[in-house]
Design a binder for this molecule. Sequence first.
Ligand code: MSP
Length: 631
Amino acid sequence: MSKNSFYVTTPIYYVNDRPHIGHAYTTVAADVLARFHRLEGEEVFFLTGTDEHGKKVEQAAQEQQLNAVELANNQVIEFKNLWSALSISNDAFIRTTEERHARAVRELWRRVAGKGEIYLGEYEDWYCTPCETYWTQMQLKDGRCPDCGRPVEKLKEASYFFRLSRYQEKLLQFYKENPHFIQPESRRNEVIRFVESGLRDLSISRAGFHWGIPVPENPKHVVYVWFDALANYLTAIGFPKDSQKVNKFWPADIHLVGKDILRFHAIYWPAFLMAAGLPLPKKIFAHGWWTVEGQKMSKSLRNVVNPLDLVARYGTDVTRYFLLREVPFGLDGDYSEKAIRERNNSDLANNLGNLVQRTLTLAQRNFPEGILKKGEPAESEQKIQSQGEAVLRQLRQDLSEVAFHKALIGIWGWVDSLNRYIDQIQPWFLAKDPNQRVRLETVLYTLLESLRFIAVTLFPFMPGAAQRLWKQLGVSQSIDTARWSELRWGELPEKLAWPDKLENLFPRMEAPMEEKEEVAVVSQNSQIELSDFKKVELRTVKVLAAKRVPEADKLLELRVDAGEERTVVAGIATSYSPENLVGKTIVIVSNLKPRKLKGIESQGMVLAVGEAPNVKVLTVDGEVPPGTRVK
Ligand code: MSP
């Protein structure tokens, strides 16, 4: 039986670093789940926070000539600002330097120790401070940390140990009985292999430095930062005192983490909990990492993406949409300005934006009172309705499986159908014929009702845009109070309060001139006159020679026969090698004003479809003389 509460967590972020796109990613993902479960009517507890102890933080503070608390205070402000800029709806923010947390950590320690699972021993091994992890000689890679590749140092000290070695079988058994505990599947297999290869007892205290929570029975030691940090998930729900809250929210429904910290969550944390006699979380989901323009993100490469810059440039909703749509959750992904702009232009501006614009313009112009009746839906309207209801069902399924991109693809499938429906019905013609008024009303009702559904489905992902869409629709209620279970087709308010002015919810973004590439994107929805089309001269050309443009990894310089010889620069190098183009007959816009790209004058624009790296140029079926006009 499912309980009516939902507890979702992000990792707590180290305060030695400024927030970056990786932090934003997990937190946005957790926010979508939290908002989705609130729409399901569940009582949600969404937790994020900061990890403030440990050697790494202590060192960073020293470097900045601050004490660790000052450093943490500064960083907490940065994280909180970012969460507000990204419309994160967390219910709590935990800091590991809070007294309530020290109490929870001590209690967890006592429970584990009480079961005889902690002993004092001596440690001698290689320590990687950035990862806060010990490694054996065998585990090192070329004498360096096997996880991050940085230098390690030899540490020898007295330490308390957790008897992790006793948990190998119990953990394997647990993974077997709970096949969905670790996700995605490929990561689950990695964890199982790691555990099968044998577990050593784990050092869970440090005597060499003091920035941490003292061990209850021996204050010369501080608790190992990961034992300390993982306990935050219990502290925040009132462990150990508030048993009512603990019972309500524990075990957590899902811990979202990056792939690099899966081991701590899927091996150590369950073992600590088993030892303490506490239930285990229901699911650990490890997402992939972002690279930036194909490169690892790092301070030394100066390519760290500050999410606040993204919000400033693209807005909260577009940033959130991009993060969750661009990459299947669980896989690695690549960020580039071009990628986010293209997502915005194709999915939001061209597709959804166009649907909204066309529907609202027609509805508000033809029904200024805002009163529309459902009328007699024909087969085409019934199809739209049943597709919408199916999308809603599928979306709930996808989100319960943490498949954000699938959920969004589902919504956009419906948006595509709605745009096609408009193209087929051509309601602007119905609007011109007074005899078709009732039909027009039914069509517009169907479209408005679809948009009301779409606003609710988008709400977890793009709360601001969804609320604005809701307002443009003239629905006066606040979208936060919507519930999936109450969302029924045909319940569009009887009177819609149209806003004074139509707002363009999803504006296009222009690429900076130097970045513009010569790939034509064919928009499906805007309508033009034949005379407009005739202004564009499309011609077939034969590619005579092709080469890469130096220092522009996406551009190819083509020498083509267009009746006369011309040079054309095209942004297709991610999809074609020069030799594969020679001899092909392709299509260009031949009367475009010449433009310089990387210093080369391009005398035409190659027609192509798709996004890098899957761009496909348009070719001609059969032989035609070079320079033939395409009509
Ligand atoms: N403090 C620990 C977590 C303790 S949880 C009990 C920690 N903090 S962190 O600030 O270093 O990292 C937090 C998260 O950021 C991790 O989930 C990590 O995977 C994620 N990311 C760091 N760089 C990333 C990318 N380039 N891309 C995506 N996520 C990345 O670890």
